[in-house]
Design a protein around this ligand. Structure first.
Ligand SMILES: Cc1cc2nc3c(=O)[nH]c(=O)nc-3n(C[C@H](O)[C@H](O)[C@H](O)COP(=O)(O)OP(=O)(O)OC[C@H]3O[C@@H](n4cnc5c(N)ncnc54)[C@H](O)[C@@H]3O)c2cc1C
Length: 408
């Protein structure tokens, strides 16, 4: 609530006779109209927080909920980064997830995380990461090989140099959680439209007046652009240039099997995996799409695998590696292989805030959006509705990444 409104209400209460009309007027006043462009997990969380706080929200997605990076995400909720400030933001988001999970039944699997390395070089990385939470109230526990097996009997780690266990990490189904956020937004009056591609903006002087789709102009008081890898294209319509890194990533999903672990694992050679609540095992063996000649186009452009054979080869290779450390994965069929494109600012940090040149437009573009969705939803809604600038977001303002458009 704006400070002035709060003071008016308080003065009405003190004057007694005017209390009822003032309260009624405050209740009846419609909230601002906010357009949210993009129904990924971050856009959905922002829409939910805005709608719950009284905004009249319209969500536009060119395809449908979770159609972008969200659908193809590993969806690990984690605090891990070497940047102390960014780690604080992540920790606040994890705390917010616990509250939302209890309220909304998001189905987050709070099973913890094991990071382990097989070589001396990997052991250094493991210990450096563990140290980022030293001196906080969040414990991480160093593990030797015997401790690893006791804690995690479903995994056979093989060659072993160092490991730690973090109890705080979780993982989730990103499509389901996005759907839950949008359900809540709808319950608070949000209009969620798809397919509804935003193709332009109606502007007046330095303000944005409306969002253009094939159905015409929807008038808004504020817009939040959270369109994943398409964000630069939307910003270009407003005369701003943003360059994101091109960062494809693949994940193999097995057929379901009996649940043997709730943890997220980060093993030697970039092997990351988890078991979903439905029993399927999801994993990858490299941060990027492997550097092979057949991948030249994928590495350059956001496109799908050129052949099914290539897709199957990647999937079977990844499941083969998983089966070597996780006996339960032996012989499991590949259900699908996903190729996703991360929303990755070039300095690796989130971009969150108002566009410097347009007072009523916000932009949010971030990697780790699954982890950050709750805190960004809360802070962005607060900023849009109450102009409250949380110092927590100071390092992530868009100005640092925007370049002047050519010719300006
Ligand atoms: C392989 C991979 C692994 C990942 N692993 C993790 C992880 O373990 N933990 C973690 O926290 N994060 C992870 N991430 C990152 C995380 O998934 C993303 O940061 C997050 O999903 C971004 O959500 P978003 O809502 O910002 O964008 P998106 O999910 O990309 O949503 C953007 C939406 O905008 C819509 N859109 C685009 N253009 C328009 C337009 N013109 N008009 C209307 N709608 C439009 C799209 O259809 C899309 O639905 C991973 C990502 C990938 C690809």
């Amino acid at each position: 609530m704006k400070r002035r409104v709060a003071l008016q209400l308080l003065s009405g209460l003190l004057l007694g006779s005017t209390t009822a009309p003032v309260l009624a007027a405050a209740r009846a006043r419609p909230g601002p109209r906010v357009g949210v462009i993009g129904a990924g997990i971050v856009g959905a969380s922002i829409a939910m927080h805005l709608a719950r706080a009284g905004a009249r929200v319209t969500v536009f997605d060119r395809t449908g909920p979770a159609a972008g990076a969200t659908r193809n995400s590993f969806a690990w909720v984690d605090p891990w980064t070497l940047d102390p400030h960014y780690q604080q933001l992540r920790l606040r988001s994890i705390a917010a997830y616990h509250g939302l999970d209890r309220q909304l039944g998001l189905g987050v699997v709070w099973g913890g995380y094991i990071d382990w390395g097989a070589s001396d070089a990997e052991a250094l990385d493991v210990r450096e990461l563990a140290r980022t939470l030293a001196h906080t109230r969040f414990a991480v526990h160093a593990l030797d090989a015997a401790g690893f097996r006791r804690l995690s009997p479903a995994i056979e780690p093989g060659p072993f140099a160092a490991a730690f266990y973090s109890p705080m990490d979780g993982h989730l189904d990103p499509v389901r959680v996005t759907g839950r956020f949008l359900d809540v937004a709808r319950r608070h009056g949000a209009d969620v439209r798809y397919p509804a591609e935003v193709t332009g903006f109606a502007t007046t002087a330095d303000r944005l007046a409306g969002v253009v789709t094939k159905d015409g102009v929807t008038h808004v008081d504020h817009v939040v652009i959270v369109a994943g890898t398409e964000t630069p294209r939307l910003l270009a319509m407003l005369g701003e240039t943003l360059v994101l890194a091109h960062a494809p990533g693949i994940l193999a999903h097995s057929a379901p099997t009996g649940v043997v672990t709730r943890m997220v694992y980060d093993g030697p050679g970039g092997l990351e995996f988890k078991q979903m609540a439905d029993g399927s095992i999801v994993g990858t063996d490299s941060e990027q799409v492997p550097n092979l000649p057949q991948h030249a186009e994928i590495r350059e452009h956001a496109m799908d695998f050129p052949t099914d054979a290539l897709r199957t080869a990647h999937g079977e290779r990844i499941l083969g590696k998983l089966a070597r450390v996780m006996p339960a994965a032996k012989g499991l069929a590949l259900e699908r292989l996903t190729l996703g494109f991360r929303v990755l600012p070039t300095d690796g940090l989130p971009i969150v805030g108002a566009l410097p040149a347009i007072g009523n437009a916000h932009v949010v573009a971030t990697h780790s959006g699954v982890t950050l969705a709750p805190i960004l939803g809360h802070l962005v809604a607060d900023e849009v509705l109450h102009r409250r600038l949380d110092p927590m977001l100071a390092p992530y303002r868009p100005g640092r990444m925007l370049q002047p458009a050519a010719g300006t």
